[in-house]
Write a protein that binds this ligand. Structure first.
Ligand code: DGL
Length: 264
């Protein structure tokens, strides 16, 4: 037996979960990570709910068997808002940390009472998202903005491909609205891909707003669930990326390697 810690598994449909991995590493420096991108299923935004549920639940059976993670962080709103409870019911001995739209913190922080939630079409239509609004933001006006294109644009942008400002603006402008002399003051980034483009959003925004990125809060929750092990050292170069397509292109490999992940 070795006392090497089991890895933390971080899951997304694509590269968005890297925005969460970044924060996990800050708070859990002694741990190793396995990053899993279900790029064969990307993007998740328009999948029929039953099919996506079945896919992710089955995939996790294999991932838990193969990597024996200490916990799994579902760094994907589109997946977790649909499949979170199924994963916990199917794998009751495994701990899952989820990602859901940060509607509660937005409702606590807004001054104008006008909040927008920028997400994939899937997250926008989830019962889970509606429940969050009812439970935590019933006093606010919450506008749900489902973008068909932004997750792909974020993938292109982070790989260094040109993304036209006008195309980005077309996806985010619905987040900005006026009502009775008040304006939207908070936009929730409810897709883990979007923080990669936060600087572009800020530059193109018709007026300044707070953009809420939940990554740090997710990392804090993971840290609470995994005992700190100060005596342990992470194995250098042991963090891995697994892509379900099995054939990442050159720019994906380079990106993963840039995040210190060796690609399998
Ligand atoms: N990163 C994912 C999320 O947080 C979604 C990306 C996609 O598959 O469209 O919702």
């Amino acid at each position: 037996m070795t006392d090497a810690p089991r890895p933390i598994l971080v899951f997304d449909s694509g590269i968005g979960g890297l925005t969460v991995l970044r924060e996990l590493r800050v708070l859990m420096p002694e741990r190793n990570f396995v990053y899993v991108a279900d790029d064969a299923g990307f993007p998740y935004g328009n999948w029929p709910e039953d099919e996506l549920r079945a896919r992710v639940v089955a995939l996790f059976g294999r991932l838990i068997d193969e990597f024996r993670p200490e916990i799994s962080v579902i760094a994907c709103n589109t997946a977790f808002t649909l499949v979170g409870s199924d994963l916990r019911a199917t794998y009751p001995d495994h701990v899952f940390v989820g990602t859901v739209p940060a509607i509660k913190p937005a409702a606590e922080r807004t001054r104008s009472g006008l909040i927008s939630v920028l997400a994939t079409p899937g997250t926008v239509k989830r019962a889970y998202t509606r429940d969050l609004i009812q439970s935590f933001a019933s006093q606010c006006h919450v506008r749900l903005v489902g973008s068909e294109k932004l997750a792909r644009m974020a993938e292109s942008y982070i790989r260094g491909d040109a993304v036209a400002d006008a195309d980005v603006l077309a996806e985010i402008e619905q987040c900005f609205h006026h009502q009775d002399g008040r304006k939207t003051d908070i936009v929730v980034l409810a897709c883990t891909h979007y923080p990669f483009m936060a600087n572009v959003f800020r530059r193109l925004a018709p007026w300044p707003v707070d953009w809420i990125d939940p990554a740090e809060a997710i990392a804090r929750q993971a840290r609470r669930l995994v005992a700190p092990a100060d005596h342990l050292q992470p194995e250098h170069h042991a963090d891995r990326a697994i892509l379900t397509s099995g054939k990442p292109d050159f720019s994906t490999r380079r990106l993963m390697q840039g995040f210190g992940l060796s690609v399998h």
